[in-house]
Design a protein around this ligand. Structure first.
Ligand SMILES: NC(=O)c1ccc[n+]([C@@H]2O[C@H](COP(=O)([O-])OP(=O)(O)OC[C@H]3O[C@@H](n4cnc5c(N)ncnc54)[C@H](OP(=O)(O)O)[C@@H]3O)[C@@H](O)[C@H]2O)c1
Length: 335
């Protein structure tokens, strides 16, 4: 059963007490998070027909995420207008997920997190207004945690759950690729309301080639096969979807650090974004770029029903410019 965490009086909750038998606890979240995850980009698109990719190069040498506690961000930033979206982020404590959440806050887009350990929201995001960030406790392996009340008001979903490809402590409690990348995704998708405007699923490059070398090595414990099964379930769900398949992830996760450390993270020089289709890309991609792609896809209508692979390389990038992301996604599709 999913738990919404709130310090508000119980009367604040619109949820039936039998669904939440224990008193809810609000996770304190900081007042505002004016991250500037992707500021300062300039785009020049080039296309490689052989690779079926579109590329956008960045001008700036460093991509600095500003601290919300710094004077400059507290005093000089104007909040963008509030969005009508409510984005459920599943896996928001993970490397990509934490950047998705931070960026949604920067954009003044409301988010709801489903976390196995809600305390992680406190350590990652600090105090935050419940109007902007809500935290629910739940595990995607447990269908009963995906109660309909979790999805009330949710307009969009970004799912960036995952575990390690090979046995590790993160498999403790049977949190294997089969359980997270297949069963968890299946449970989540099965629970989503038909009114949903978009689900963005973070998968992986190589999922269509898990029987071929070198992918078969990565797939020794089934991670690519189970991610493909998760993808297929999304594709066949009838829900409006976009699937993002990153290459090997760089930059983060920053989950061992406090917020200020997270906010000082940089993507370095590798800001150029390469978007492909057909599972041909094999390179690396910054988690910052993956997070941005997920958020951009929510609003780009023609990304519905599409699957994109993602790399990032040294050079100019699209930053958070919607038009540049439109061009990147479109160019990948028309090749
Ligand atoms: N690492 C790579 O090079 C690579 C390459 C391609 C694709 N990918 C995929 O890209 C995505 C993002 O990767 P990442 O490294 O940024 O993620 P990550 O740091 O591994 O984070 C995974 C997230 O999933 C959550 N999660 C795991 N099991 C869950 C469950 N049973 N119920 C609910 N939440 C659960 C974790 O929550 P907890 O905090 O509770 O653990 C965490 O928030 C993943 O799907 C990953 O497989 C990774």
């Amino acid at each position: 059963m999913a738990w919404k965490l709130s310090f508000s009086p119980i009367t604040d909750l619109s949820l039936p007490s039998d669904v939440f038998p224990k008193p809810p606890q609000r996770i304190p979240i900081f007042p505002r998070l004016p991250l500037n995850l992707c500021a300062g980009y300039h785009c020049s698109k080039s296309i490689s027909s052989s690779a079926r990719v579109s590329v956008c190069h960045a001008v700036k040498e460093q991509q600095v995420i500003q601290s919300p506690n710094s004077d400059s961000t507290q005093n000089n930033q104007t909040d963008p207008p509030a969005s009508s979206k409510l984005v459920l982020v599943v896996g928001g404590s993970g490397g990509v997920g934490q950047l998705v959440v931070a960026s949604l806050l920067t954009r003044n887009i409301k988010s709801r997190l489903l976390l196995r350990d809600p305390e992680k929201a406190t350590s990652l995001f600090g105090k935050q207004d419940e109007e902007k960030l809500q935290v629910w406790k739940g595990d995607t392996r447990n269908p009963e945690d995906l109660d309909p009340s979790l999805f009330e008001g949710v307009t969009h979903v970004i799912c960036c759950t995952g575990t390690t490809a090979f046995p590790s402590r993160r498999w403790d409690g049977d949190n294997t690729p089969e359980r997270t990348d297949w069963e968890g995704v299946r449970n989540l998708v099965s629970s989503l309301p038909a009114s949903l405007k978009r689900i963005v699923l973070v998968s992986s490059v190589g999922v269509t080639k898990f029987n071929e070398l070198p992918w078969s090595i990565m797939n020794l414990f089934g991670v690519l096969k189970y991610k493909k099964m998760g993808e297929d379930f999304v594709r066949n769900s009838g829900l409006p979807f976009t699937i993002i398949r990153p290459g090997r992830l760089t930059d983060g996760p920053y989950t061992s650090y406090d917020l200020n450390t997270l906010l000082k993270a940089t993507a370095g020089e590798r800001r150029a974004v390469v978007v492909g289709q057909g599972d041909k890309l094999v390179g690396e991609v910054s988690r910052l770029v993956v997070a941005e792609a997920c958020i951009q896809a929510l609003d780009i209508e023609f990304t519905e029903g599409e699957i994109y692979e993602l790399n990032s390389v040294k050079g100019e990038g699209p930053g958070s410019d919607p038009q540049k992301w439109r061009e990147l996604f479109k160019a990948a599709q028309v090749q």
